[in-house]
Design a binder for this molecule. Structure first.
Ligand SMILES: Cc1cc2nc3c(=O)[nH]c(=O)nc-3n(C[C@H](O)[C@H](O)[C@H](O)COP(=O)(O)OP(=O)(O)OC[C@H]3O[C@@H](n4cnc5c(N)ncnc54)[C@H](O)[C@@H]3O)c2cc1C
Length: 382
């Protein structure tokens, strides 16, 4: 069996950054990343619609679910400096989302890959870890070759638009995996919204405990866009979603607006359509007029367009997975409470964030804390 100081299973965002951090801290460590795909960082390429929404300026616990294992504040991690040191300059947009200036996930992948190469991180692709055994002294890792290591990091990601047996590997090491559900995923609705396909609208969505403003993109049979991706965590089949299509305008104002515009003409479909044309996209106006018997109902539907959840799109369409390795068995250093020198990081854990860079931020943060802790506990600097 080949022996390494640290083995990392998974060459995604968290795994590669963990390897880079370890080699930066101690270049003499033998650090090997085992990746099942033919290339590392494949999911990163898809992020932020290819622009890579790499993080967010406003990191607070309430943007995450299950972040409570950091008892006090979230440990400080200067993401801008971290990526600047790597040669990636970040900028923020109007709502605090961080992107590389180049707006290219592919450039970010190239830079991370080059940095891993420069530091002589050993990366072995097309290597699926099929089994891990804990012995008295260390861990044995099985795949197309077999390895031994004292320090093992599981960074296997999730099954959102991907596949992994990582949860199984964790279970075999006596960890519990909570129920898995598609997260940040489009929502299928029962109503016929086909005519609205492709329309984007800034609105307010209200359902169960959720009430937030943002953008919705209508799909052939449902809704997508950041607002509905975030909403997806709060709804189940048959729940009602209420959309306020003009959130900052009250009903009386809208009623007067429509009446003033339409009164010069007849209150027929065409004159109502003209009246609504300064407020809503045409196809949305048509749908609302079709649903309403009079102006009162038009106003009601503009302020409370109700959709019924048919189902959520599954893992093949979701950005993340809600659920994962139970954090009750994980220290805030990301070390396992069950197995010494086993660390679990990134999306594999039962931690998930909102849309807007929060999930990648967690991948970088967990890699950073985990690598610091590995160095502190196991290896002295050279
Ligand atoms: C379409 C899409 C867009 C997204 N956009 C954003 C965004 O803009 N901003 C944001 O913050 N988040 C975004 N996310 C979420 C974000 O990409 C993930 O949260 C993040 O990549 C998780 O990093 P990770 O290292 O935990 O997992 P991953 O990046 O998924 O890496 C895990 C790696 O482990 C490998 N692996 C798994 N099992 C094994 C095994 N047994 N043996 C060997 N290798 C294995 C996998 O092949 C994979 O390469 C998006 C996700 C998707 C799907």
């Amino acid at each position: 069996m080949k022996k390494r100081d640290v083995i990392i299973v998974g060459g995604g965002a968290s795994g590669i950054c963990c390897a880079i951090n370890l080699k930066r801290a101690n270049k003499n460590l033998s650090v090997t990343v085992l990746e099942q795909n033919d290339k590392i960082l494949k999911k990163l390429l898809k992020t932020g619609n290819g622009k890579c929404n790499i993080g967010n300026e406003n990191i607070t616990k309430d943007r995450y679910h299950n972040f409570d294992f950091f008892k006090e504040n979230i440990p400080s991690f200067d993401i801008k400096k971290y990526f600047l040191d790597m040669g990636i300059l970040l900028k923020k947009d109007e709502i605090g989302r961080l992107y590389p200036y180049c707006e290219s996930a592919s450039n970010v992948v190239d830079i991370l890959r080059n940095e891993a190469d420069r530091l002589k991180v050993e990366v072995i692709t097309e290597f699926t870890v099929t089994d891990i055994k804990k012995t008295k002294l260390n861990y044995e890792i099985y795949g197309k070759e077999n390895y031994q290591t004292n320090v093992l990091v599981l960074a296997c990601g999730s099954i959102a638009q991907s596949h992994t047996n990582g949860y199984e590997l964790a279970r075999n090491l006596n960890h519990t995996v909570t129920d898995l559900k598609a997260g940040l995923t489009p929502i299928k609705v029962k109503e016929d919204v086909k005519s609205l396909q492709g329309i984007r609208i800034k609105c307010r969505a209200i359902a169960n405990d959720f009430a937030r403003d943002g953008e919705i993109l209508f799909k052939e049979n449902g809704i997508s866009g950041i607002l509905s991706l975030e909403l997806s965590r709060y709804v189940s089949n048959n729940d009602k979603i209420v959309l306020d299509l003009v959130p900052n305008v009250d009903e009386k104002y809208i009623e007067n607006f429509i009446e003033n515009k339409a009164k010069s003409q007849r209150y027929d479909r065409d004159s109502l359509l003209i009246a609504l044309s300064g407020m809503l996209p045409k196809m949305l106006s048509l749908l609302i007029i079709k649903k309403s018997k009079n102006i009162e109902e038009i106003v009601k539907n503009i302020k409370n367009l109700t959709l019924t959840v048919d189902s959520l799109y599954g893992f093949n369409n979701s950005q993340i997975v809600v659920g994962g390795v139970d954090i009750k068995d994980i220290y805030s250093t990301f070390e396992s409470k069950i197995n010494n020198n086993l660390f679990i990081i990134g999306e594999m854990l039962d931690v998930d964030g909102d849309c807007g860079g929060y999930n990648l931020y967690f991948a970088w943060l967990s890699a950073y804390i985990c690598s610091n802790s590995i160095i502190k506990e196991n290896f002295t600097k050279s």
